[in-house]
Structures are given as C-alpha cells and as structure tokens.
Design a protein. Structure first.
Length: 348
C-alpha cells in the first residue's frame, strides 16, 4: 500500500458534535425512560420550627429591604432553580402591622392561603380582598397585586406559584407598578360577593375560561361546604372528602396550571395507596397525621407543609380517633390533564 492511499482516522463522534448534532443512541434511555424520574423528594417543612425565624426576619428586615419577606420551601432535590415539587413552588410569607408590599405583577400564577393573623388585605387589579385564616386568595397571572396590613399581630400565609413551569416555558415576565400601591377602584371584596354563591353567576361579567374571577374563597364558605356534606358522603378512598375550589364559569380549576383543594380526613381515616404523574403540595390546616410514601413515613402536624412528588406511591392516614384532619393542597394535575399525559395507578 502506498503512502498516498492511507486515510487519516476520522473521529466521527467529534465530527458530528462539531456539526451541532448528537447520537440519539447514547441518550435513548435517559430521554425515553420507562417511567418518570422525579427530581423532587417527599418532604415535610415544620411550621413551628420555621415560625421563630420568620418573626426574626420580620423584625430585622423591612419590606422595602426584602421586597417580599418570604422563606421559600425548597425541595432538597430541586435546589437549582429552587422549587417545591415539579412545576410548583411554596413559600411562607410574613407581613407586619402597618406594612405595605410594593405592587407588582408577573405572568406566573399565584395564590395565597392564610395561616395566621387578621386585618390585612391584598389589592388585586383594583379590588381590595380581605384575608382571614383559611381563606384562599388568587392572584392569577399578570394581575396587579400588593398587600397592606392594618391589623395588630403578624400575618402569615402560604404562597403557591407555578413559576418553575412558567420559567421552564420561557414565558416569565415581571413588572413593578408605577407607584408603591395601586388605587382601590372597585368595591371591596366584590368578586367574592358576586360569585360565591356558585350556582348564580352574574351575567354582566365576561366569562374568563382561563382564570377564576373570584379574589377570595373565604374559610367560612369552605367550612360550611364541609359541614353540609358531613359524614353522609363516601368521599375519595385516597383523599377522603376532597373538594376542589373552582372557576364558577367553567367548573374547572381556579387557574390553568394549579388546582387548589381542601380535604377532610375523618377520624381513623386510612387512605388507599396510589400514585399519579401530577405532583402535590399539602398544607395542614388542622389536625395531625402521617403519609406513607414508598416505604417511608412522613409525619406532619398542624400548619406544616409537605410535598408528594409525581409517580410516588402515597397513602394518607389520620390516626386520631376524635379529630378531623383538614388538608389544603394544590397540584399541577390540570397541566397533565390538558396535555393528555395524566396517569394514575391504584397500589393496594
Ligand atoms: Fe407577586
Ligand atoms: Fe394522591
């Protein structure tokens, strides 16, 4: 063989990499896994342990310095960027008497569920929405919102947002309002008063198929709904008496990416085990109990927050013989259903 006919060895892998490609056969198992591999892990955030630190920061940092005084509930498996479970975030926010939080808006959808305190309100697109413990307040995407506290003690609530999803979709926008506060242009709590009866919708208001028009779902109404069902309903074998907060125009979830729910686990409730692709964050409104998660046990008490990632088997238990457990929860199930990827499996 003459020297002229020798072809230098070509590294085809390097060559195709330089051409902006990658061999699919090297990634196949990772990209098309047999079942979802979740980054998030099951986790409980202890409210009583967090509370003194919240009070410390409330004293040490003004709202002007902190913008929003919030401790993010970061899942140990989802630290960069921080998230609580896939596509959802949770945080605990504190506001003191006399404080106001700067008005802003963002494309991420948000809600707050009030944990303690009285006398604060959020202005949402010109409507003052007052908050009391157990109330669910909505600030859907691109709605102006700011907070005021005219009461006595500290006010604390759970913030729930879908920014991990909105940012993953590269659709995150944020804007500050021109002044610190927006004017209240509509009657106080009008959206709640107009819609809360649920079966009587005001026909002069243009239906919004995406977001619920209701600013506040008061605890008094939630409690009344649970009481009127009482012990007469079968409930879900997984979640007990599980109710979804709905958009009165559609009967669907309050926001397109988040379904908010309230569940009552009766004394002695021993739920069946299942798993589903959607992820859920729970807040314990009252009572205490445990959730068995793939062999591990999560113990939770009043006001704690806990995370159940998607496709993790779980069973809720109320071990008390006398007391109910009330669990507020939110889930990305509407996204899974809208995309046709929702799956659920019974495990018992
Ligand atoms: Fe916000
Ligand atoms: Fe579940």
């Amino acid at each position: 063989m003459s020297a002229e006919t020798v072809t230098p060895a070509v590294d085809h892998y390097e060559a195709v990499k330089a051409l902006g490609t990658s061999p699919l056969w090297q990634y196949f198992g990772e990209l098309f896994a047999e079942a979802p591999k979740n980054q998030a892990v099951p986790y409980v955030w202890n409210y009583q342990a967090l509370r003194p630190h919240m009070l410390h920061f409330a004293g040490a940092l003004s709202l002007e310095e902190a913008e929003r005084r919030v401790l993010m509930l970061v899942n140990p498996g989802m630290t960069e960027p921080p998230a609580t479970v896939n596509s959802l975030y949770a945080g605990i926010q504190i506001i003191l008497p006399g404080e106001t939080a700067q008005a802003h808006r963002h494309t991420a959808n948000a809600f707050r569920f009030i944990i303690e305190g009285e006398g604060a309100y959020t202005t949402v697109n010109g409507e003052r929405v007052h908050m009391r413990p157990g109330d669910l307040l909505l600030t859907p995407g691109w709605h102006w919102h700011d907070h005021y506290h005219e009461g006595d003690g500290p006010m604390m609530w759970l913030d729930g947002l879908d920014y991990p999803l909105i940012n993953a979709l590269e659709a995150g926008f944020f804007q500050l309002y021109g002044q610190r506060s927006q004017p209240a242009e509509r009657p106080d709590d009008i959206s709640h008063r107009q819609f809360i009866h649920g079966r009587l919708n005001p026909l002069w208001i243009q239906p919004d198929p995406v977001n619920s028009p209701i600013g506040n779902y008061p605890w008094t109404e939630t409690e009344r709904a649970l009481a009127s069902i009482g012990d007469d309903a079968d409930g879900s074998r997984y979640d007990g008496v599980l109710l979804e907060y709905t958009n009165p125009h559609t009967g669907g979830p309050v926001m397109p990416t988040i379904s908010c729910r309230i569940a009552r686990l009766r004394p002695g409730f021993n739920g069946a085990a299942h798993r589903h692709t959607s992820s859920t964050v729970y807040h314990v409104v009252s009572g205490s109990g445990r959730t068995e998660v793939d062999g591990e046990v999560l113990e939770w008490g009043e006001k704690d927050v806990f995370a159940i990632p998607g496709w993790v088997g779980h069973r809720h238990i109320n071990g008390s013989r006398s007391d109910d457990v009330l669990l507020m929860s939110y889930t990305n199930e509407p996204v899974h259903r809208a995309l046709g990827i929702y799956r659920e499996e019974h495990l018992d």
